[in-house]
Design a protein around this ligand. Structure first.
Ligand code: PBG
Length: 328
């Protein structure tokens, strides 16, 4: 490349039309997966204090959200349940309840807007009284026994009409076990989106409030979620999940882990998603509320950054707000 003064990169930035012509990355509603908190008690909606603008929705509001997603051109919704604490126990018994909140939401949402993909988290934490994603015995999270419960949970979701099973629990071997079970039960067309590289992160705080597991959680999740210091390990996690049958892979959290997104996309060339988690959302909203940043611009810039890093899409609480901005 010839150097200055024959090259002046500012020439291409001088006008809106040149900026548009040379723009390398674009964001559209097609890139968004709307993360929605559902509740068996919301009446019909209730705000989540640590996530301004996010509300827990009851089943009929969840169905309306699916219609809203369709209208806005958002391809899919991922649901996360907040259930009555009185229904939680050590085994997460309600995780595979065919008449529970998750099954009811899947059916209501698929009824209301069948064109919108429904993604369900597979993990026990919304259903356990100790707040962990797996079964706890003598202070240890049991791997293989947990995987058996996750299979039951995934089968219940598929039975209810869920399109995408998204294991977020980080147990070893669960993708292969769930794929086999789905295939055996005739659900060979149900997709698996693996939370393949999921880190033990402080950025999940507001989410645990939203689903009501933060007060319950005993200890931390460091024996199953990844150490934020590691990147090679993320590639090993993703490689295993692909081998076991994941259709799509995810990196989580999002913005602090864009290096992982870029590496995973470059290495595997798989449909790769990033989860802009609750704490990332809360930070932008809190700074905006204080007048410290332009919240709307920060939202759009953060979403674009995921695309630039190589993500095919973003799970985000901003989805409806961002899609409205893009289409409106
Ligand atoms: C748990 C789960 C978590 C999130 C999605 N599924 C939190 C955790 O691992 O404790 C986080 C979502 C967010 O912070 O927005 N299986």
């Amino acid at each position: 490349m010839p150097s200055f003064p024959s090259t002046r990169l500012r020439r291409l930035r001088a006008a809106d039309w040149t900026r548009r012509l040379v723009r390398e990355t674009a964001l559209s509603p097609d890139d968004l997966i709307w993360t929605v908190i559902v509740s068996d008690r919301a009446d019909p909606t209730e705000p989540v204090p640590s996530m301004p603008g996010v509300e827990r929705l009851n089943v009929s509001e969840a169905a309306k959200a699916a219609v809203r997603a369709r209208t806005l051109g958002i391809p899919a919704i991922a649901i996360f349940p907040n259930i009555d604490p009185g229904l939680k126990d050590a085994h997460g018994s309600k995780a595979d309840d065919p008449n529970g909140l998750v099954a009811d939401c899947i059916k209501a949402m698929k009824d209301a807007a069948p064109e919108v993909g429904i993604i369900c988290d597979v993990a026990l934490d919304p259903f356990t009284d100790h707040g962990h994603d797996g079964l706890l015995a003598a202070g240890e999270i049991l791997n293989d026994a947990t995987v058996e419960r996750l299979i039951d949970q995934a089968l219940m979701q598929a039975e209810a009409g869920c399109d995408v099973i998204a294991p977020s629990d980080m147990m070893d071997g669960r993708i292969g076990a769930i794929r086999t079970a789905l295939d055996e039960e005739g659900f060979e067309n149900v997709l698996i989106l693996s939370y393949a590289a999921k880190y033990a992160s402080a950025f999940y705080g507001p989410y645990r409030d939203a689903i009501g597991s933060s007060t319950a959680l005993q200890g931390d999740k460091k024996t199953y979620q990844m150490d934020p210091a590691n990147t090679d390990e993320a590639l090993r996690e993703v490689a295993l999940d692909i081998e076991e049958g994941a259709d799509m892979v995810m990196v989580k959290p999002g913005m602090p882990y864009l290096d992982i997104v870029a590496r995973v996309k470059a290495e595997f060339e798989m449909p790769t998603y990033a989860f802009q988690v609750s704490g990332e959302y809360a930070m932008i909203k809190a700074a905006e509320a204080n007048g410290w940043i332009d919240g709307e611009r920060a939202m759009m810039e953060s979403l674009l950054a995921f695309k630039r890093a190589g993500a095919d899409g973003i799970l985000t609480y901003f989805a409806p707000e961002a899609a409205e901005r893009m289409t409106g």
